[in-house]
Write a protein that binds this ligand. Structure first.
Ligand code: MOS
Length: 693
């Protein structure tokens, strides 16, 4: 389907349609769903990392005024499917990680539910657990594939021989920390079965995908999908942690059936999110680069060691970006996992690319240093003509354009390459650069319906808006595809009653749902011409992606770092990113996503680290008091720019995804800037002051 080459609504800086209700506090989030006589839930969590529950005493909890029920493995219903062990709530006595749910209190208020949960007495038969990731573990294994379905290992040429023969080389180990997704809105679900305990299950859930949540819940409870409705108009962030339902959604549905006729609400606490809703695995990356004197790469290698949980495999694809980023005749990428007694890891913003561009992009800076070459030029020199590995042409690849534009904007040409020589008062000052990339994904299934309702045109699709701008940008796409003014278009999303939409993940939303809307609008115009009657309606489904091209977005990140001479305190007063991400649908919501991603990257560089104590299997800093994220005072100037890029191969609109690329490369740029400031290479995130002193 075609899209106007000079769109009128797409590209405009329109304010968010959902902005006013959010600012006024009237947007209804899952936990605020108006429901009569709702009961509240609170989970009881295991305090051991491995073993069995031998006794559960719920008497004191049940005796508390206002407690409706306490669900335990002894009283909870048997689920139809327990194949996904993360979701098999209260199905047995086994404890597989610290924080696992062992009982669930249903009460008249959230306060009573929480108090009662503390009164449940649990006894355990503890087994020895193992929660320590090390690269020298003997039980590391190669998963069958890495997420979502990439080969685990790749090899081309002979990296060892190229390293041995190299004029210049780098061989170092880089590590990224365990990180927890921390959206502002915690995971929350309201649930109701109608009629009582049977019939239709309605879930008001904070999710990145209503249809995918419905599919999983229907399978877990053995229901026809038509008997499950999932509603989610607003999401207070997810960053991947709401990309698939976690155990809290199952618990809510289970409890709603256990108290017939009553709706229930479950909002996890911030601390509970640290064990129940996913996180990013720590990574240990052995990176090798070899080059000739002119800076041409002769070998690129990354061997990644990560963790997964013993009950469910999650294999972060951190070695994947090194497969396509730069040209090299010899290349090797591997992934190895340790299956530990830890909570189940999951998606977190730019899974794969985010951790996987840290080691290689710092290694490129180290190589530039050894070559005596500018790090921007080194990257440009290794630009591939086609996608390494696949040999496919790029649909568009403007990494060089991003690097040059960023260098010009950042005044890079005046940079003195020597480390540790610039002082401003008590601070050492440096600048650094790193590249970004993120794949363009189009999900296989999504359908939109377009309808004329009086003077308005309505576009319906079960898409999600995580704060990303979908309410607004889908209207812009629909308006141009229909050839009508954008203020006559109404968008309806976030409900399984609307046509099937893919999950808001992998930065695929606009490509996928936008394509469905363009198809629906095309069918609508073909059927009704320019005078559609009231009630006129047409649907369209996203087509298959272009298989002939390699499709990725690219970017260049520049950072300025200050390191205090006496204390080692690191400050980043300026970040600048230039991105090539196809057509930008709305500059306002796009800038917000780029800047948000870069802020999260800054936070990863300087602050974030989940501390898992191997003695207990417990993330000890499991709240905002101790898990540090960048706050306002930590963030200086962040500029996001983009190149005018229209890529006709990615989709009719020409847009690539932008939700994730902003976090990719930021931490490497900061580490490279810190080295330039003070001469210390920090290969281990976060860059805390002890590492530069
Ligand atoms: Mo994103 S981590 O693919 O929701």
């Amino acid at each position: 389907m075609t899209f106007p080459s000079e769109p009128r609504a797409v590209g405009r800086d329109l304010p968010r349609r959902d902005g006013a209700v959010k600012v006024l506090g009237t947007a209804t989030y899952a936990h605020e769903t108006p429901l009569v006589n709702a009961a509240h839930l609170h989970a009881v969590q295991a305090t051991i990392a491995r073993g069995r529950v031998t006794a559960l005493d719920t008497a004191a909890a049940e005796a508390l005024d206002g407690v409706v029920a306490v669900l335990t493995p002894g009283t909870a219903e048997r689920l139809a499917s327990t194949e996904d062990r993360e979701l098999a709530a209260l199905q047995g006595e086994e404890v597989a990680f610290r924080g696992q749910v062992v009982a669930l209190v249903v009460a008249d208020s959230s306060e009573v539910a929480r108090q009662a949960a503390a009164l449940v007495r649990v006894e355990y038969a503890q087994q020895e657990h193992d929660a320590e990731l090390r690269a020298d573990r003997e039980d590391l294994y190669a998963p069958e594939t890495v997420n979502p379905d990439f080969p685990t290992d790749t090899a081309e040429g002979d990296v060892d021989a190229a390293m041995a023969a190299a004029e210049v080389s780098v061989e170092e180990t880089y590590t990224t920390a365990m990180y927890h997704n921390n959206p502002m809105e915690p995971h929350a679900t309201a649930a109701l079965w109608e009629p009582a305990g049977d019939g239709l299950l309605t879930l008001w859930d904070s999710t990145q995908g209503v249809h995918s949540t419905r599919a999983v819940l229907a399978s877990v409870f053995g229901l026809d999908e038509a008997r499950v409705r999932v509603v989610c108009p607003y999401v207070g962030g997810g960053f991947g942690s709401k990309g698939q339902p976690h155990v809290n959604v199952v618990l809510a549905a289970m409890a709603a059936r256990a108290v017939p006729g009553r709706p229930v609400r479950l909002a996890l606490t911030r601390q509970q999110m640290f064990s129940l809703t996913g996180y990013r695995t720590p990574t240990i990356q052995r990176c090798r680069l070899a080059a000739d004197r002119t800076g041409r790469l002769t070998a690129v290698a990354i061997d990644v060691v990560e963790l997964t949980s013993r009950i469910k495999e999650f294999a972060e694809q951190s070695g994947v970006p090194a497969r396509m980023m730069y040209a090299s005749p010899n290349r090797r990428t591997t992934h190895r996992l340790a299956a530990l007694d830890v909570p189940v890891p999951s998606w977190m913003r730019a899974p794969g690319e985010c951790p996987g561009m840290f080691g290689p992009e710092v290694a490129m800076d180290e190589l530039a240093e050894r070559l005596g070459m500018d790090p921007v030029e080194l990257r440009i020199r290794n630009e591939p003509g086609v996608e390494p590995g696949s040999g496919k042409p790029f649909s568009s690849r403007n990494l060089v354009g991003c690097l040059r534009e960023g260098a010009a904007r950042f005044d890079w040409s005046r940079r003195d390459p020597r480390p540790g020589v610039r002082r401003r008062g008590d601070w050492l000052v440096g600048t650094g650069v790193a590249a970004s990339t993120y794949p363009v994904s189009r999900m296989p299934k999504s359908t939109a319906t377009v309808r004329r309702e009086g003077e308005r045109y309505v576009a319906e699709i079960g898409a999600a808006d995580l704060g990303t701008g979908t309410w607004t940008t889908l209207a812009q796409i629909a308006a141009d595809a229909l050839g009508v003014p954008v203020d006559r278009v109404e968008v309806r999303i976030g409900d399984t009653d609307y046509p099937m939409a893919s999950v808001a993940g992998g930065s695929s939303g606009m490509t996928t749902w936008g394509s469905a809307v363009v198809e629906a609008a095309g069918a609508f115009r073909a059927r009704y011409g320019s005078e559609p009657p009231d009630g006129a309606e047409a649907s369209g489904t996203v087509g298959p992606p272009d298989e002939r091209h390699a499709m990725h977005a690219f970017g260049a990140q520049f950072a300025e770092a200050h390191v205090h001479l006496d204390t080692g305190e690191v400050r980043v007063p300026r970040l600048l990113g230039v991105f090539a991400a196809g057509r930008i649908i709305n500059p306002r919501t796009a800038r917000s996503q780029f800047v948000g991603g870069m802020t999260m990257g800054l936070s990863m560089a300087l602050h974030e680290k989940s501390v898992l104590d191997p003695r207990t299997g417990h993330v000890v800093n499991h709240d905002f008091a101790e898990y540090h994220i960048a706050a306002n005072a930590d963030v200086g100037t962040i500029e996001a720019h983009w190149l005018a890029e229209h890529d006709p191969h990615v989709n009719a609109v020409g847009s690539k995804g932008i939700g994730e690329i902003g976090i990719v490369g930021t931490a490497a740029a900061v580490s490279n800037a810190v080295w330039h400031a003070c001469g210390v290479r920090v290969r281990d995130l976060p860059i805390s002051l002890d590492k530069v002193l």
